[in-house]
Design a protein around this ligand. Sequence first.
Ligand code: FE2
Ligand code: FE2
Length: 304
Amino acid sequence: MITTTYNYQETLAASVKANWRVEDIIGGDKRLDFRKPFMPDSLARTSAMDFLTSAEKVLLNQIRGYGYLYTFGLVEEFILPFVLDHVRPHLNEDDYRTRALLQFASEEAKHIQLFRNFAIEFEQGFVTNCETIGPAEDIGKAVLSHGPLGVALVILGIEWATQQHYLESVRDDNALDQQFKSLLRHHWIEEAQHTKLDTLMVQALTDNLTPAEIEKGISDYASIGGLFDGGLQQQVNFDLQALQRATGRILNKAEQERFRSIQLQALRWTYLGSAMTHPKFLETVGEFSSSARRQLEEMAPAFC
Ligand SMILES: [Fe+2]
Ligand SMILES: [Fe+2]
């Protein structure tokens, strides 16, 4: 049984207060500065790549920034229908619940648009094109073919990961491009409410579940994680090709191997490990099942 203190009315109030417009964050004179890195090094992990020059590290960092825009856009494309499906059967029961969850869905639709606008500007300003896994719609369908508890846990983890990324790595990094940093800050501000609403969704979904149903939820979570991991392995190769095009230099075999191993772990940490190890995520899981928490803690090191 989850003992969270979050509630819909307070979350809605915080959400309405924090609300921002896409136009306030990008467009006009608000442009990306391609002389600067976009991502903190704890997520991009380029500093360990001693076979790259400083300029090449910045290019790879920006390629990873583009991947971040795309991957979060993709994730939010399946969060949106999932939240709408969760709210719809109980529209008339609690006005604050309905409004808070609809606000959540509306914010994710806005974030999709925000990430898309940044991606368009990136494509116009970057030296080469960058391929990404997908199509997003197919990945979203594959994710949503799993049971609701597994999907809700994936969403809960990724929302907490956005908090971890900003607070631990972005906020105090003054070398980052101001525009990209502003995107991550504004996303963090609204995601703070999503973590609470996701916790309430998991609470609703785990109320009165049998151990077998919980087991199924964890196995769905692991299966979605495996699906993502396969995508990340493909993304590493796309990023390697994009870097080689951007620099006009083909890395030798040993360098390519190191690139793949460092960058695969960097991607795993960004999208899986930082979510699975978040203390608030594990706390919520532990509240409905201590054995599920243990299973996730055992899975996590492979993604860190
Ligand atoms: Fe979002
Ligand atoms: Fe969110």
